[in-house]
Design a protein around this ligand. Sequence first.
Ligand code: NAD
Length: 483
Amino acid sequence: MRTALLRLANFIDGDYRAPIGGAYLPVIEPATGQVFAEVPASNAGDVDAAISAARRAAPVWAATAPSERARVLRRIADEIDARAASLAEEESRDSGKPVSVARSVDIPRAAANFRHFAAQAETFASESHDGEAGTLNITLRQPLGVVGCISPWNLPLYLLTWKIAPALAAGNAVVAKPSEVTPVTAWLLGDVVRHAGLPPGILNIVQGAGATAGAALVAQRDVKALSFTGSTATGAAIAAVAAPQFKKLSLELGGKNATLVFADADFDRAVSESVRAAFSNQGQICLCGSRILVERSLMPRFREAFLAQVAALRVGDPREADTQIGALVSAEHLAKVQAYIALAHEEGGRLLCGGSRIELPGRCQDGYFLAPTVFDHLDMHCRVNQEEIFGPVVTLTAFDDDTQAIGFANGTPYGLATSVWTRDLARAQRCARELQAGIVWINCWMARDLRTPFGGVKASGVGREGGLEAMRFFSESKNVAFG
Ligand code: NAD
């Protein structure tokens, strides 16, 4: 017997609504390859309806006391906590990630986003400057009005709420467009905010494809700022439309991050964290370290220990508690990652482990599982070492000295994050200064503090998320001078 598909809806003006055109896209469970839901294929009319609702609601929310905004945001966080188990199950179902990862990372961080920006709402300040000849300058930071938030599929609720929370905290009304690949937790967020008492129209969630719903949101003139996380190619397409309208833009894009391991590093931590950085979320985190650069003298020992740990990673049904590597997000993405494995062979790489699809028994027999894959013998300039793969495929490369290590790390179009493993403080400081990356981790990986700026340089984007930077992004600065 065929079970009925879960039918998702848009969340507009405080209510769930079917898409105007009545069209839907299938939502597939990556672990099984089966369609389990359908998501609105919204069009420009749906986006316009959401923007109209946001425009009507924006002035009231902007005039709401920051303490009251903060109170509502904290209630949203509490509501997410209360529903954490079911949200994690849904996050795992449409993304393919292990439910344990959704439970320990994605969902708690989504709640943390609202709590953090509740505090920011209460402390966000306008500055005043005593000027020359008795003038007083005040920098007023005011809400922009209606803002757009567009997010990817890899950390669905976490990344979406990292945009929504500061936008709301700064007093804006939001139209959000989650990824059509992983729409379920964003759909559930509508009910969460309604229960938490967010007034209608302040958060609107329009589901659908990027080329239609996303593009309509980007093009709409009433949207004053766009915060986008996704691929570099989409970021460029969005900038081409939004920049001539002089919208504020924050673009968090792709990465090709390096992990630098020096011979003096704490060996055990360097190995285990390199493995984590390489394969967390099936290598589908923008911050994953996919190029592992190791000082030549250490390489034989490192390679052996690294491969042993990779071989021990448990690939399995995302629902099982001991699964460490789940399914890739879609058949298309699996095919793309497999094409890079073929390319690595063509480019002369030596396969050290993995390299092929894994067929699991039972309910996951048609799932998109790929063995964690490691190559070496690849030149730093080859495509596999230059282009973002965004999957469980990494390379090992030896370097001879600090200058070469930094050169290798910087030698791609991207500049998102680098993780450095050394006990030498002077070397760590040099790396921090010279690495072309928005984030440099010294002896850690993915240590995130919501107060700090987050973002990339070069093809990894412009703009910074996180704490005060995000509050300022979602505000208009106005200078008022008293003579
Ligand atoms: P994507 O660019 O395909 O899609 C991202 C979002 O943009 C989706 O919601 C999509 O529907 C929408 N979109 C697509 N075309 C659009 C258009 N023309 N106009 C408006 N919206 C459009 O990215 P993805 O495949 O969902 O995510 C993976 C990418 O995201 C990787 O490149 C990864 O590195 C990047 N990423 C970056 C960060 C970061 O913080 N820098 C974090 C996570 C993921």
